[in-house]
Design a binder for this molecule. Structure first.
Ligand SMILES: Nc1ncnc2c1ncn2[C@@H]1O[C@H](COP(=O)(O)OP(=O)(O)OP(=O)(O)O)[C@@H](O)[C@H]1O
Ligand SMILES: [Zn+2]
Length: 445
């Protein structure tokens, strides 16, 4: 599987991680032993686009080296994927690490008559490939690549494989002069270098169907490769019906979301819709999903408390059938919730062993969705956080008492000193009718 990963130009919002979660579920399911035909050995590649116009311009705006800007945001994405329990890919190639393969790729395209050099740029000749447009259904007459005109293009519909170097911009040597890669070329080169000339599944957001994936197919078929056999595209996270996006300003950052719900609840929420559907964000929908998850989680915990350890069991056949039908997560979740109802009834009737068997199935199903409540990924983080928060509460509570006593004695110097010391440590204090409340200042990114 190949998933078009992030262009690491900024911090991720919840829309950016939706594809990572949706296709993590597909990967887990394909690899799962309960699948009809058994678990497959899945190679999963998710790239990082670490050279791009937006990276260069944003780094320049902030007076930072472009590579530092890219590395910083690559880490932000990695942290977000990790926080949400997305399994690390088998490989995570960076575009800048595959320039040699891109040059070879362009040479093959030029030799086969599908690309040409003009003024230090290399372009793909779309008219040379009769099937151009087959993925998106675009007719050649209607094609707009959405890129700058480019010097020496034979046809305005041709797209850029390689950009001639501009002064001050990073570049790599090629037989056609120094330059840097175009985005579409990167993915064809990385996918085929790692997964071979033909591989099974290519995924990405629905905006990538055209031009990105159309152009990946054109390049790969032009080079004589079979390329991807199946294409899967996920829908948007929307707000008031509009795509959540930085340019519209309607974004919710992942740290902001994690102030409202736990990471496992956010993962459950973002993964609960069908991957092709839009997922309309609202606080209400988020909290409803979190409450739904807690019902499932508390069933599993109650079984552990009352009956003992719950081993991961097998997934029910209806759950398997739902996922086999175009990754039908909503139908699969209905199976989970039915199982939880049945399990609760068994528990109330005192049938601990039946409840334990059902809880084992629930763990198996949630494991595929990446949200098994007993998975150490969630528990280690939670337990540490809880213990640290409880310890902080004692220490800060003592400081707040000292401040309250100082205020009562009108000793403003001491009261201010306490407040300043807490502020310097990143603790904000709010006075409420129930007394002073504290919170850790969150970095809004
Ligand atoms: N709201 C979203 N829902 C699902 N996927 C998204 C969303 N926003 C972005 N993506 C995915 O992340 C990729 C990178 O997004 P992009 O850089 O366009 O982000 P953006 O926040 O929309 O920024 P901009 O406003 O600058 O376009 C997209 O190609 C898309 O597949
Ligand atoms: Zn791509």
């Amino acid at each position: 599987m190949y998933l078009c990963g992030a262009t690491v130009q900024g911090v991720p919002h919840i829309g950016h991680v939706r594809s990572g979660i949706a296709f993590d579920v597909l990967r887990r399911w394909l690899a799962h032993p309960d699948r009809d035909g058994g678990g497959l050995d899945v190679l999963f590649v998710r790239n990082v686009t670490d050279i791009d116009d937006k990276i260069l311009s944003k780094a320049a705006d902030h007076d930072r080296p472009w590579w530092e800007w890219a590395a910083t945001h690559e880490r932000e994405f990695a942290a977000a994927y990790d926080a949400l329990g997305v399994l690390p890919p088998s490989a995570e190639p960076r575009a800048t690490g595959f320039v040699t393969q891109m040059v070879t790729y362009m040479q093959r395209l030029i030799e086969r008559g599908h690309a040409y050099e003009a003024d230090g740029n290399v372009y793909f000749d779309v008219r040379s490939l009769p099937e151009y447009g087959s993925l998106s259904g675009h007719k050649l007459d209607d094609v707009h690549q959405g890129e700058s005109a480019g010097t020496g293009k034979r046809d305005p519909r041709d797209f850029t494989l390689w950009k001639r170097a501009k002064p001050g911009e990073p570049s790599w040597p090629t037989p056609w002069g120094d330059g840097r890669p175009g985005w579409h070329l990167e993915c064809s080169a990385m996918a085929t270098s790692l997964l071979g000339a033909e591989f099974d599944i290519h995924c990405g957001g629905m905006d990538l169907i055209f031009p990105h994936h159309e152009n990946e197919i054109a390049q790969s078929h032009g080079a004589g490769d079979g390329f991807a056999q199946y294409w899967l595209h996920n829908g948007w996270v929307t707000m008031s019906g509009e795509k959540m996006s930085k340019s519209l300003g309607n974004v919710v950052s992942i740290p902001a979301m994690l102030k409202k719900v736990r990471p496992v609840e956010l993962r459950y929420y973002l993964g609960s819709a069908h991957y092709r559907s839009m997922l309309e964000y609202s606080d209400g929908a988020l909290h409803e999903a979190a409450a739904g998850y807690r019902r499932v989680e508390s069933f599993v915990h109650r079984v552990v408390d009352r009956v003992g350890d719950v081993e991961i069991g097998q997934v029910p056949s209806e759950f398997a059938a739902a996922l086999d039908d175009d990754l039908g997560v909503p139908a699969a979740l209905a199976v989970v919730h039915n199982a939880v109802r049945e399990g609760n009834t068994a528990l109330e009737a005192g049938d601990g062993e039946k409840a334990r068997a059902i809880a084992g199935q629930v763990r198996a199903m949630l494991g595929i969705l990446g949200t098994d409540p007993l998975d150490p990924h969630w528990n280690t983080v939670g337990a540490d956080d809880e213990a640290a928060t409880a310890a902080l509460d004692v220490l800060i509570g003592a400081e707040l008492e000292r401040r309250a006593a100082a205020r009562a004695a009108k000793d403003w110097a001491v009261a201010d000193e306490v407040r300043d010391r807490l502020a310097a440590a990143g603790v904000t204090v709010t006075d409420t009718p129930d007394g002073a409340q504290w919170a850790l200042e969150q970095k809004d990114i």
